[in-house]
Design a protein around this ligand. Sequence first.
Ligand code: NDP
Length: 407
Amino acid sequence: MGKALIIGAGGVASVVVHKCVQNSEVFEEIMIASRTKSKCDALKEKLDGGKTIIHTAQVDADNTEELIDLINGFNPDVVINVALPYQDLTIMDACLATKTHYVDTANYEPLDTAKFEYKWQWAYKERFEEAGITALLGSGFDPGVTGVFTAHAQKHHFDEIHYIDIVDANGGDHGLPFATNFNPEINIREITANGRFWKDGEWVETEPLEYKTVYNLPEIGEKDCYLLYHEELESLAKNIKGLKQIRFWMTFGEKYLTHLNVLENVGMTSIEPIEFQGQMIQPIQFLKAVLPDPATLGPLTKGKTNIGCIVRGIKDGKEKTYYVYNVCDHQECYREVGSQAISYTTGVPAMIGAMLVMNGEWQKPGVWNVEDFNPDPFMDALNKWGLPWHETENPELIDLEFTSNGV
Ligand code: NDP
């Protein structure tokens, strides 16, 4: 069917490349372009020889002109941005200049402030409309599949959705004292920021990890879940009409939180630049350099992830509850593509989003979040490409009201 340019060659990109190669009818030709070309070449070497033709290139994705030259040289139908959130706008600028569709998995982040806001990317809407191209934002798992799950619940199960709890649980263990499952800098920024949830039309801010609940997750068991802000809350609060409350919960073990507390207390998670041996560095970037590379956790991680949406609302005049979730096994992912489940659950939806943009099912000029589109082809593709989902109309619920530091 066509050509995709994949930017980045880290944990998520590796899964995207594996999945594009498996889906060679759609992805006839791909180019893997990243800062370190040897990582792109290593992926090509591993996967070359099938139907998909693989090219590699070096690119500095902070440099729009370099990106424009690369896109013009390869002429892809879509650019899949799985570099870092800092590169979103330069890549979107290059897509505009070359009239190429755009897909990413994380919202733009300025280097100096942890914001997790869509405003910078949503501001491109008119320009993408005028150029006649689609930008699909946040096509990973969360954001991504969580938005598709919500759109599916809205389309097939509810007349009105009132409450959503997104629960992201990692029941996996890599056996290391401390490591993050995806890019440490982005991961730690997310967890150490203030929490926030949306209630009755307003954002309610919390201290970082202030609220905790215990939830019994299918195939994983009881886990401590902490309320965090997560970027899909912003788009879902805007796009799901009639919503009264939406919260996001992530599981963390005690050992992980103890390490994180110490690192935070000694200043290692700060994004404020400091001078070190004549150079300005951000402590969190230095920390990233000494922590295990998430891409190396694949062989070590055992256990499962479970990410899903618990939805409450009204159907045919009656109150209804509904839970839709995916369970993903770290070791199975590793056997299939050589990565753990966190990269897998992000890379598969990125490939699916790009496929739907390429085949026209999710093509609409402008800048969109996943829940803006018909969820059906995406839900089908999840079953087909390795992330089957389960649903129940009688789930365990999380209390809607908070007591002090818990629910
Ligand atoms: P990694 O750090 O493993 O990979 C990032 C890649 O981007 C690396 O190959 C890196 O190059 C490359 N890169 C960084 N800066 C540049 C640049 N200026 N120019 C070109 N290439 C660059 O991250 P992950 O694979 O874990 O994450 C990728 C993305 O996926 C992130 O945006 C992350 O936030 C997002 N994500 C989304 C999730 C979701 O569910 N929606 C979940 C997990 C992640 P180099 O190899 O040289 O460092």
